[in-house]
Structure formats: structure tokens, C-alpha cells
Design a protein around this ligand. Structure first.
Ligand SMILES: Nc1ncnc2c1ncn2[C@@H]1O[C@H](COP(=O)(O)OP(=O)(O)O)[C@@H](O)[C@H]1O
Ligand SMILES: Nc1ccn([C@H]2C[C@H](O)[C@@H](COP(=O)(O)OP(=O)(O)O)O2)c(=O)n1
Length: 230
């Protein structure tokens, strides 16, 4: 085993931003290159939403969501080469990406009891990542991990984000995808509890004109600079 003196201190990286800005792809690649853990917090909000839908909880009824918020057991696997998400022992990696879950996730994730529960889970996962972790989401730099060593806020034009997402959804209409993205951004940015927001001390990176490789290199360089300065 390495001695404590030779082990680099754990580094915590928070990557926030709206949908389609490249958070997941960038975070996974940065974590893999630097030997860090990786946490997709959107997958956790999607997982609790999937549980609500499966158990026929009315997502337009915040009191019903709040009452059920502590029921599902959500487990995230944090290997950037094989991230996993289970609810009550069921692998939900596929089901959480359906159109139905995507259209309901903003309503479920706006409920304060849901956020408290998931935020606690995220903090405990980050605290147990021995070498450090890249955590991506909407409120990581502002609320979940305000003391992160490095905070990145990714942006891109709505057109670029819609083109990227509709490419993934195998030819889905770009205009419809753009409208759905903007609607979800507005809901996520406008909610009272822990909205999507750039932390004051976050580095903003506009990825519209950058390749994914360029974004990854930029973030890796920023992490290495932070590590060198410690
Ligand atoms: N800079 C980029 N240029 C082109 N495509 C990108 C870029 N960043 C990400 N992508 C692609 O856009 C899609 C959405 O990226 P993703 O990482 O899932 O975004 P987010 O997690 O912010 O929603 C993916 O297919 C990804 O490969
Ligand atoms: N830290 C987070 C992460 C996601 N959410 C909510 C709001 C988002 O619209 C959904 C889904 O997030 P996800 O990152 O999977 O979304 P996209 O991959 O960008 O489509 O979850 C949140 O409220 N807080």
C-alpha cells in the first residue's frame, strides 16, 4: 500500500450546466484520465423519477412526491469506465432515459424533500471517494459541494445542444428537441430549491465551438493546475 505521504490528496471537481453542454462526456473522460471516481447526479434524479412513475405517484402532486421521497434505495456505481445506477436492486440505466422520465424529471427534482435526500447521498459518495471525484449536475458547485477544489460551468448555444441531443436520439426533430431542452432549462433554473446556477467561483467554458477533446483537455489542465498549486 502507498504511504499517505506519497498519495495525492483527493480532488473534488464539480461540473454543472444545462442539458447537452457536454457534462457527462467531459466528466467521465476527465475522471478516467485522472484516476478519479465519477458521479452522474442527473441519473440519480432520473432514477427517483422512474421509481415515482413506476409506482404511479402523481408527479404533479409535490406532497405525494415528498411523502414517497425516502422510499426508493438508489445506488450509484462511480467507475467512470462503467457507471451504474440501481433502484431497489434493479438496473435502471436504460429505463431512466425514456422520454417519459425526461419529461417528468424536472417536476420531481424540484421537490425539496427529494433534493435533501439526493444531496445527502451525493455528499456521502463524494466523501468516500479516496482519490477524489468528478461530480456533474446542476447545483454541485452552488449547493452540494460548495468547497469543491475546482468548479466548472459548461454552456453552449441552444442550437448546438439540440443538434447534439437529437443526434443521440437517432434523428429526433432538432426543433422539437430544442424546445424540450429550453423548457427543462427554464424549469431547472426557475425552481426555488437549489436551481441550476453558476457558482460565483466557477470557471465558465462555452463549448459551442469546441470539440469534446478540447473541452476535456481544458478541464484536465485546470485540475492539474489546482493540484500543482496545493
Ligand atoms: N464539445 C462537443 N462537441 C460536439 N459534441 C459534443 C461535445 N460535447 C458533448 N458532445 C456530444 O453531445 C451529446 C451530449 O453530451 P453530454 O455529455 O451527454 O451532455 P450533458 O451531460 O451536458 O447533457 C453527446 O452525444 C456528446 O458526445
Ligand atoms: N444536480 C442535479 C442534476 C440533475 N437535476 C435534474 C434536472 C435535470 O433536467 C434532470 C436530468 O439531468 P441529466 O443530467 O440527466 O439531464 P441531461 O443529461 O442533461 O438530459 O435532473 C437536478 O435537478 N440537479
Amino acid at each position: 500500500m502507498e504511504s499517505a505521504a506519497r498519495t495525492a490528496p483527493a480532488v473534488i471537481v464539480a461540473i454543472d450546466g444545462p442539458s447537452g453542454t457536454g457534462k457527462s462526456s467531459t466528466s467521465k473522460a476527465v475522471a478516467a484520465q485522472l484516476g478519479l471516481s465519477y458521479l452522474d447526479t442527473g441519473a440519480q434524479y432520473r432514477a427517483i423519477t422512474w421509481w415515482m412513475v413506476t409506482n404511479e405517484i402523481d408527479v404533479d402532486d409535490p406532497a405525494a412526491i415528498a411523502a414517497a421521497a425516502s422510499k426508493p434505495e438508489i445506488v450509484s456505481g462511480t467507475d467512470p469506465l462503467d457507471p451504474t445506477i440501481h433502484v431497489d436492486g434493479t438496473d435502471v440505466a436504460g429505463p431512466i432515459r425514456t422520454q417519459e422520465v425526461t419529461s417528468k424529471v424536472s417536476a420531481v427534482s424540484a421537490v425539496p424533500e427529494v433534493r435533501t435526500r439526493i444531496t445527502e447521498l451525493q455528499r456521502s459518495i463524494a466523501a468516500s471517494a479516496e482519490r477524489g471525484i468528478v461530480v456533474e449536475g446542476r447545483d454541485i458547485g452552488t449547493t452540494v459541494l460548495p468547497d469543491a477544489d475546482l468548479k466548472i460551468f459548461l454552456t453552449a448555444s441552444p442550437e448546438a445542444r439540440a443538434a447534439r441531443r437529437s443526434g443521440e436520439l437517432k434523428g429526433a426533430d432538432v426543433n422539437a428537441t430544442r424546445e424540450a431542452l429550453l423548457k427543462r432549462d427554464a424549469a431547472d433554473s426557475g425552481r426555488k430549491t437549489s436551481p441550476l446556477a453558476k457558482a460565483d467561483d466557477a470557471v465558465e467554458v462555452d463549448t459551442t465551438e469546441l470539440t469534446l477533446t478540447q473541452v476535456i483537455e481544458c478541464v484536465v489542465t485546470l485540475v492539474e493546475e489546482k493540484r500543482a498549486a496545493r
